[in-house]
Design a protein around this ligand. Sequence first.
Ligand code: AMP
Length: 402
Amino acid sequence: MKILVINAGSSSLKYQLIDMETEQVAAKGLCERIGIDGSKLTHKLPGHDDVVIESPMPDHNEAIRLVLEALADKKHGAVKSMNEIGAVGHRVVHSGEDFTESVLLTDEVLQICKRNTDLAPLHQPANVMGIEACKAVMPKVPQVLVFDTAFHSTMPKYAYMYGLPYEYYEKYKVRRYGFHGTSHKFVSGEAARFLKKDIKSLKIVTCHLGNGSSISAVDGGKCIDTSMGFTPLEGVPMGTRCGDIDPSVVEYLMNKTGMDVHATLNTLNKKSGMLGLSGISSDFRDLCAAEEKGDERAKLALDVFGYTVKRFVGAYAAAMNGLDVLVFTAGVGENTESVRSRVAGNMEILGIKLDESKNRNGQRGIIREISTPDSRVRVLIVPTNEELVIARETKEIVEKKK
Ligand code: AMP
């Protein structure tokens, strides 16, 4: 079976066609500037040059139609006929409290997703557009929704409640939800497989460190806490997001700067974190290069980041009353050794002994261990693959239905 994985944004749509026999990518690509002048589709077939198709895409329906055309093209396609696409798996940002796992799309499910747009007003409407476009263009193909929040639905109530009046939870669903769930699920499962251990016997902290970052405590395969909250703004400072701050800063800044609440939140989301601290860039490669040249603010930004991630690792070891495995994943977690050093260095108190030589040298793109042989906690780099999780869950749900 081949599964089409869709990640729809408001003006973009990423796709991967995954052959489930081999779990390899048969084709992938990106539609950009949907609904804007200059729309284009970049289609990638392994072993071939990229194909760029410039064609108007007034809406997501047209984008999906062009994707299907590219996938079935005689020259650069990956299927002979559309019948080879057994199902579509959608990345959907928010499940609210309505779904605790991936679900097969029905009219009722779609209604619930639309109702939850309040909880993720920037992303959920785009996800819904992607679902509706697939429904319109390929009505007979089963579709599965895989939620970014669902893996965190196992958190105990004391971990997801904020210290706010209870009625805000009851009336408005204000609570911690957590994000990057597919990634935390995938890398914790891969870590257990790599170590040849039953995940039920392991206490794992997964550090998904990328442009957006979140840390999760995974006890016996279940998430019991995570650093992102009601929105992805909470937790560690990120590329441009501030992470945890005292909420009173918002009013104070509004009074001092004259910014309204919208502009202030925009600053916290888009101009803070690594970018705000360093004044240079949100990109960790730029920060590492600047630090090497002696830039103090780049060093400070990296220090703040490493220190905050470290604090979460310690907190989650306490929350689980133990730690067996520490996992680094995503763009920064997989590639930035100086961040891993900052987080996992000087952590002997928790039984973590980082092997600096293994941390700094080694092949990228594969699972590898970077702790010393006598480290009680095994420290691993595990490349994430959110599309593959979506494809696996889609296959499982579609096959269960048969
Ligand atoms: P992500 O959001 O997971 O795509 O991660 C993006 C972040 O990962 C950016 O800040 C990049 O600087 C960082 N990153 C990606 N690739 C590398 C690399 N090869 N070396 C260092 N950092 C990288």
